[in-house]
Write a protein that binds this ligand. Structure first.
Ligand code: AMP
Length: 274
């Protein structure tokens, strides 16, 4: 497995290859590996990147505390048969600081956009740079960050980047908690409560399918989560295409939520057809 820190070396290796690409921030788990396996199966070569992108963290967020273990990550990727890994430094990707950036499109504004201003600009900026370096045929993203997938797809279409963008199912722990690098932050007690976010999403799905009004479903879910110690930022029923709120669910529906449990912020969602 090749490991490249320099963009020009990564590009030279990737040039002319049909590659499937998985961008990550490292501290890998089964969720990341599921994307890597898709990339490996569906392309001639699989490329992953590990880069904790400062531009997508707010000033009060966990950039400095973000967990990392590069040796462990590289071992896991090698076991999956990944062909090349790009592990640039901040200086390598942002040699002039954040001078030239991408502004994310309208799909970045609701949901996460309301609580993490500038986050998706940072995501789009780094994904654009990574795509330029790796030149993938197809890039793989997790449904866990469903809005991120839509925002990247919107950027790719608008800027004619010519990369296929594929979304893959959320991988969960046995109790339903979505796997996340940030799950290591939980205390034992918080870890026991954490799966309730997914329970609330599934319960909301059930009620919406039964014809209950989205506003009622949202309010009941928020109440349930607050009673269980979560600090809910949003719990929203929306169109899975436009992210606009819906008063009567039809077609592909997204229920997306973000909530703090202690100091840890969880995001999760379900997508289904009504
Ligand atoms: P991250 O390292 O958190 O930036 O995630 C890198 C990629 O892995 C993103 O496309 C995430 O959506 C995806 N991902 C993270 N957690 C999961 C999961 N539990 N299941 C599937 N994909 C995931």
């Amino acid at each position: 497995m090749w490991v490249f820190k320099q963009s020009n070396q990564m590009s030279a290796w990737a040039h002319g290859k049909n590659s499937g690409f998985v961008p990550t921030m490292g501290f890998l788990h089964e969720g990341h590996l599921s994307l890597v396996r898709r990339a490996k199966n569906e392309n001639d070569v699989a490329v992953a990147s590990i880069f904790v992108n400062p531009a997508q963290f707010g000033p009060a967020e966990d950039f400095d505390a973000y967990p990392h273990d590069l040796d462990r990550d590289l071992n896991m990727l090698e076991k999956e048969g990944v062909d090349a890994v790009f592990t640039p430094s901040v200086q390598e990707l942002y040699p002039n600081g954040p001078e030239i950036t991408v502004r994310a499109g309208p799909l970045s504004l609701p949901l996460e956009g309301q609580f993490r201003p500038g986050h998706f600009d940072g995501v789009c900026t780094v994904v654009k740079k990574l795509f330029d370096v790796v030149q993938p045929e197809t890039a793989y993203f997790g449904q866990k960050d469903f809005q991120q997938f839509l925002v990247i797809q919107e950027m790719v279409q608008s800027m004619k980047l010519g990369v296929n963008v594929v979304v893959c199912p959320t991988i969960r722990e046995i109790d339903g908690l979505a796997k996340s690098s940030r799950n290591v932050y939980f205390s034992n007690q918080e870890r026991k409560k954490a799966p309730l976010l997914y329970s609330a999403l599934r319960e909301a799905e059930k009620k919406l399918v039964q014809g209950k009004k989205p506003r009622h479903v949202e309010n009941e879910a928020k109440l349930f989560l607050e009673e269980n110690g979560f600090r809910v930022q949003y719990f929203r029923v929306a169109s899975a295409e436009t992210l606009e709120p819906v008063s009567k669910p039809e077609g592909r529906v997204l229920v997306a939520a973000a909530a703090f449990l202690g100091k840890t912020r969880l995001v999760d969602n379900v997508v289904f057809v009504v």
